[in-house]
Design a protein around this ligand. Structure first.
Ligand SMILES: O=P(O)(O)OC[C@H]1O[C@H](O)[C@H](O)[C@@H](O)[C@@H]1O
Length: 550
């Protein structure tokens, strides 16, 4: 499905209407919008599965939302969505279907790619993962020396690391505590070193996760891990089978590396790396939380998939979140988007979303290859909110930038929290609610004066407010809720890519650096070919070589 013949986004009458509307809105303050509509908070709250989404603290009126939905209609968001769910090859630059939604489709569903139903294959792999996970969890998967495996080290990078590493942290309270999990991604040897230094090779299982099985960082780390293992065991190649499994689409390369393809868990080219942790790439997570919890997570994903596919535009949460991002990028010149979870378990959540969003929508040509002249994906950033409050919130409150932010919080702390710590949860959540309130409504100079503040300090203590936020609240951070949250963001990213008319599913922008690194490596090691480098890089390489005593 291409978008040939589509009117350029900024030539659409719907775009012009939004521009005009933005001018009319001017500096309208959230204080005014709330004062004019006592029901605003409840009217602008959606419920999707277990998620409550309050979007009332956005710089929008009902008319804004109508105009944004008209833009979505004019840009064919629903048509592209349906094409994605049908398995059409909407990733045109790679000629691939985009079917992460099939990874969480129920057993009986029928989703075809090139005339073949992919759902049975998905469930066959899930079943195989389940049997393997159960075995490891029961201590029945033994290593070369007969000892049960207790340490699981996932080696992967990008989508083959961020998803399982993030989800493992999120669902830590559901993990089997007598197993140790580590995630190695960086080609800096320090990463693998720190991950394995205190482990017994006889009890260690490496999961090599790579869609392509050609990623240099992963293959390098996997090779070093194999050396570490075989040296530690004093064994030969025959020990690999019990200590290495692979998650990949590329059986040939897996075999070439020396991993028995019986120990390979497959996925498919219609799963993008950054959309893959609910595929075989989630094996480490499945071992940690068990197959049943993993399936609950998939059900959470599926619930939001169905919502996105079927909910009317007015109630469609991913559509709404996507449109709000388009609104701020285009008409408020917002450059970034903050995601601020009020849960320690979500500490890697924003890093995960960075790849999901920025690798998907960090593009500057449209699907026909023409340069876009509108903003595309924002810089996504953020860390757990309470820590951020004492670090960078100053800039969000009083800086000069427009930074739309998502606040994510939960009513209940995790079940196994030490009883003495449960009381802290209300304090955490008081901060959560206070921040979006302060951001929206600020503090006027008169309010500051009324507190008796010296006149010269009044401007410094004034909060302009009018900073837009979405609040996402759920009862508890369960596996299903995690699936719901991720699917929500996946589809939000989809909506934005559809409107901006970019291919959200390729990632050509990561290639050039890889090619250049391959050329530079021999210059570092052998010192040959430096004359082909630019003067800056040549100077830096020379300095590096000299510091290394070469
Ligand atoms: O899973 P792999 O094939 O090893 O790829 C790992 C990662 O590397 C690439 O450079 C891509 O930018 C990512 O989208 C991908 O997730």
């Amino acid at each position: 499905m291409t978008s040939e013949g589509r009117t350029r986004l900024n030539r659409l009458p719907e775009w012009a209407a939004l521009g005009k509307h933005r001018e009319q809105l001017g500096d309208t303050h959230l204080r005014e919008l709330f004062a004019a509509d006592p029901e605003r908070g409840t009217r602008h709250t959606l419920r999707v599965g277990d998620l409550l989404l309050d979007h009332s603290k956005h710089l929008v009126t009902d008319e804004t939302l109508t105009l944004l939905r008209e833009l979505a209609a004019a840009t064919g968001v629903a048509e592209l969505r349906d094409a994605m769910f049908r398995g059409e090859k909407i990733n045109t630059t790679e000629d691939r279907a985009v079917l992460h939604t099939a990874l969480r489709a129920p057993r009986g569903a029928v989703i075809e790619v090139d005339g073949e139903n992919v759902v049975p294959g998905v469930h066959a792999v899930l079943d195989k993962m389940g049997a393997f996970a159960d075995k490891v969890r029961a201590g029945a998967w033994t290593g070369h020396t007969g000892k049960p495996v207790k340490n699981i080290v996932n080696i992967g990078i990008g989508g083959s690391d961020l998803g399982p590493a993030m989800a493992y942290e999120v669902l830590r309270s559901y993990t089997q505590r007598d197993l140790t999990f580590r995630f190695v991604s960086n080609v800096d040897g320090a990463d693998l070193h720190e991950a394995v230094r205190d482990l017994d090779p006889a009890e260690t299982l490496f999961i090599v996760a790579s869609k392509t099985f050609t990623t240099i960082e992963t293959i390098t780390n996997a090779t070093s891990a194999r050396d570490w293992l075989l040296t530690g065991l004093g064994a030969g190649q025959e020990a690999v089978a019990k200590h290495f499994v692979a998650l990949s689409t590329n059986a040939e390369k897996v075999e070439e590396f020396g991993i028995d393809t019986a120990n390979m868990f497959e996925f498919w080219d219609w799963v993008g790396g950054r959309y893959s942790y609910d595929s075989a790439i989630g094996l480490s997570l499945m071992i940690a939380i068990g197959p049943e919890r993993f399936r609950e997570m998939l059900d959470g994903f599926h619930l939001v998939d169905e919502h996105f596919r079927t909910a009317p535009p007015e109630e469609n949460a991913p559509l709404l979140l996507g449109l709000l991002g388009v609104w701020y990028g285009a008409f408020f010149d917002a450059q970034s988007h903050a995601v601020l979870p009020y849960s320690h378990y979500l500490s890697k959540f924003t890093a995960y979303l960075q790849q999901l969003d920025m690798e998907s929508n960090g593009k500057s040509v449209d699907r026909e290859g023409n340069r876009v002249d509108w903003q595309t994906g924002p810089v996504v950033w953020g860390t757990p909110g309470t820590n951020g409050q004492h670090a960078y919130y100053q800039l969000i409150h009083q800086g000069t930038k427009v930074i739309p932010a998502d606040f994510i919080g939960f009513a209940r702390p995790v079940d196994d929290l030490l009883p003495g710590l449960v009381a802290q949860h209300d304090l955490l959540m008081a901060n959560f609610f206070a921040q979006t309130q302060a951001l929206a409504f600020g503090k006027t100079p008169d309010e500051v004066r009324a507190e008796g503040v010296a006149e010269e300090l009044v401007p410094h203590k004034t909060f302009q407010g009018n900073h837009p936020t979405t609040t996402i609240l759920a009862e508890a951070l369960t596996p299903s809720v995690l699936g719901q949250l991720i699917a929500l963001y996946e589809h939000k990213v989809f909506v934005q890519g559809a409107i901006w008319n970019i291919d959200s599913f390729d990632q050509w922008g990561v290639e050039l650096g890889k090619v250049l690194a391959k050329k530079i490596e021999p210059v570092l090691t052998e010192g040959e070919g430096a004359e082909q480098l630019d003067s800056s890089t040549a100077g830096l390489v020379a300095a590096y070589r000299s510091l290394r005593g070469r």
